[in-house]
Design a protein around this ligand. Sequence first.
Ligand code: 5AD
Ligand code: FES
Length: 345
Amino acid sequence: MVDKLFKEADLGDEELKRLIKTAELDQELFCRADEVRRRNYGTDVYIRGLIELTNYCKNDCYYCGIRRSNRQADRYRLTKEQILSCCEQGYRLGFRTFVLQGGEDGYYTDERMCDIVSEIRCRYPDCAITLSLGERSRESYQRLYDAGADRYLLRHETADEEHYRRLHPESMSLIERKRCLWNLKEIGYQVGAGFMVGSPGQTTENLIEDLRFLQELRPAMIGIGPFIPHKDTPFRKETGGTLELTLRMVAILRLMFPCALIPATTALGTIHPQGRELGLKAGANVVMPNLSPENVRKLYELYDNKICTGEEAAECRSCLENRVRTAGYQIVTARGDVAGFAGKS
Ligand code: 5AD
Ligand code: FES
């Protein structure tokens, strides 16, 4: 059935709707997705070392635990030295991609950020540098790219205007978010977009819009994970996204974007003990263990009960190694660029 649905290069909205809503098609869907993933990436799983720079954020997204209005959040920033020492430890553990992620924190000006990026670039010429610092000006993105960044993760969160307004305060706009993504792409970054599954007010139509937007953008990476309520946000009482729907969306993404880099996210691992393993089996091919210093791990709390906040980087690394192996895949120590990537000019 899934086979038939995917015969045509492009699925119509009705077919997508059917796949999104029908649990009976899951096994076949995951199986097909795994086939496509193996054809393009074998059983390789890429690892990215996640360094959470700062939990200060000027934004106030209703779903996010580090939103500006959350007075309960204990705020921190990493220094350049701390960041470099995370990279050093990460490199020893076999990481060849560093992801510098943080809230939108004015402290990390272009000057400070470029200094950090160029130092990492200089010390680790064989590593990819991924940034995930939210919305910045085109000039800023360009400067960071010139300083040595290769990739940028910026989830669009939802491609529907009305739904975007349900998740964000007035000061934020989907148009601006999309503009950032197109700017990043034009500059030459390998771009990652994505959305939460099961966020408040999300409809099947919204999910289809997300897929259509991704088809337009053609990102190298697509990150999705279940929405998980955080106790100190306006969405504290909302229902979280489910494992089933998230896995289904991972599989659909794999079929629609055969070469995309799709992580089995920490959020997925948070809602189910084998969430990430199941994500891999449904078509994901990236995992992003935490490299942040232990004393700040618990503070970067976007949602409740986030996993891997008590472990050291090395523990996380070997834990994931086992998990990936048990799922039938293996971690590889490569930069893990998107298939067909010709190198940064
Ligand atoms: N549940 C799940 N994911 C969340 N994110 C932020 N808050 C939550 C939450 N409560 C995701 C957003 C953001 C990424 C860094 O984390 O999609 O882009
Ligand atoms: Fe972090 Fe298992 S992956 S402890």
